[in-house]
Design a protein. Sequence first.
Length: 141
Amino acid sequence: MAYRLTLLGLLLAGLAYTWLAQQIPMDPWTAEELINARTMPTVYGALLSLTLLILLLRSIPPVAAVPAGRLVRGAGVAVLVVAFAALLGPLNLWMGLGLLLLATGWWLGERRWLPLLSLAISVPLLGFLGIELGLGVYLPD
């Protein structure tokens, strides 16, 4: 019962988020565009609400409790994400992202250097090329 009440509460929060996303003020020029400031929040809220509705309507009970080892790994990833956010000031976004991917892969058990380094270098590099050079959106340090 608590599972369904949690899902219902989250569904209501998702619907409220989607409704609030529609209240984002925009100027007339931006409102006419296909993709604007309301697009992504609306998509995220709708996907969240749809997913929660599907889970709420399913008759399958939730899975058993998560083993303690998985909780420790998840907590470690959460600590790494907080460290990433704290390091955004001294480092820039792309260097911090590379370090986050490297540290997270190492924490989750990947010990081969080729996959670790290729992921930690290629994702920030592609992000930099796509966002800053491709789209021309400069992300300040």
